[in-house]
Design a protein around this ligand. Structure first.
Ligand code: AMP
Ligand code: MG
Length: 329
């Protein structure tokens, strides 16, 4: 069976075709970007509406699959920006109705977790999930993905993007901050860890004040990275010790950051644990993970009664009814 996955929770509108023989046949996307301002939900939704037909065409062509050869449509039903979620849901619904296909909605964050174990050797890791909106330390325990620690305010990606907006670095700011940090020196910033939770809002406020005072952008970029990544290394290590798991898997868009990878690798090697990061193509938002999650849940017997969106659904709201599996890329 081929599954067509649709991703539209935030900046990315993606469509992928994945076969249940664990093969990713295509993974196309268009990403909303701006050179000023942030992500305005209605602007993002307009972007997604504009690109949906062309992304579908590309995804089918690349996979060399006709819509008739699709057995299942899977869309990300949340969490995310409501206007953006609605575009993906409506597009999935019209495809399913027009072509008489089965349809399933899946949790976007869980899809990040399962694509991670699909494309890396990790078996039962602690997951460090760091994206725009989310920053969570997660592990599978008792049939659910449990959140052991998380941000008490904003996700790290959003924190980086907020700083980037103040400093005029454009959106998304993460990659620019990573580059500028190479030229920076350390300035002390608020380091906020409470148990296994972290907080970034105070640090963002502090960096804004320091910017206004004329501190060098490069120094702030370096110091934000060193401080926030050290906080993440600390809580990940604590979760690994608590859950007695010896693998750490880094996922989400901020997982593209080489300095973050380096710090987590060091922490893991010091405790004889294995560190994995998801290849760039599957680290950020894309639709292959939505298609794969659709296949896992559909094959495990899940059917949906309503085609709806769930903007606030958390990973621990979902029962893990499927088996994990592996993919040789
Ligand atoms: P996601 O929501 O998972 O697609 O991740 C998007 C977030 O990742 C945005 O907030 C970006 O600023 C951030 N990001 C992307 N690349 C990097 C990078 N190299 N370093 C830090 N953050 C990044
Ligand atoms: Mg994401």
């Amino acid at each position: 069976m081929n599954c067509l996955g649709i991703e539209s929770t935030a900046h990315t509108f993606g469509i992928a075709v994945v076969s249940d023989k664990e093969k990713i046949l295509s993974n196309e996307k268009e990403v909303f970007t701006t050179s000023s301002g942030g992500m305005i939900p209605n602007k993002v939704a307009e972007h997604h509406k504009r690109v949906c037909d062309s992304v579908l065409k590309k995804a089918l062509e690349k996979a060399n699959v006709k819509i008739e050869e699709i057995g299942l449509i899977s869309y990300s039903h949340g969490p995310g920006l409501s206007p953006a979620l609605v575009v993906g849901k409506d597009f999935a619904k019209s495809l399913a109705l027009n072509h008489k296909k089965n349809i399933i909605g899946v949790n976007h964050c869980i899809a990040h977790l399962t694509i991670g174990t699909l494309v890396t050797p990790a078996k039962d890791p602690v997951y460090l999930y760091v994206s725009g909106v989310n920053t969570q330390v997660i592990a599978l325990a008792g049939g659910k993905f449990r959140i052991f620690g998380e941000t008490l305010d904003i996700g790290l990606g959003n924190a980086l993007d907020k700083f980037g907006r103040e400093a005029g670095l454009g959106f998304p700011a993460g990659p620019v901050i990573e580059k500028l940090a190479l030229e920076g020196k350390y300035i002390e910033l608020p380091y906020t860890v409470k148990g296994m939770d972290v907080s970034f809002a105070g640090l963002v406020t502090k960096t804004k004040q320091l910017l206004e005072k004329g501190e060098k952008v490069e120094d702030l970029c370096y110091s934000i990275q060193e401080t926030c990544f050290a906080m993440l290394a600390e809580v990940s290590e604590r979760a690994m010790a608590h859950c007695e798991k010896n693998e750490l898997l880094l996922i989400g868009g901020v997982g593209a950051n080489k300095r973050l990878i380096e710090m987590l690798e060091k922490m893991c090697s010091e405790r004889n644990a294995k560190f994995y990061s998801v290849p760039l193509e599957y680290a950020g938002d894309q639709a292959a993970m939505i298609a794969w999650q659709g296949i896992l849940e559909f094959n495990a017997g899940k059917r949906i009664s309503e085609i709806d969106i769930y903007p606030y659904e958390r990973v621990d709201d979902v029962d893990v009814i499927w088996q994990q599996s592996k993919l040789e890329l």
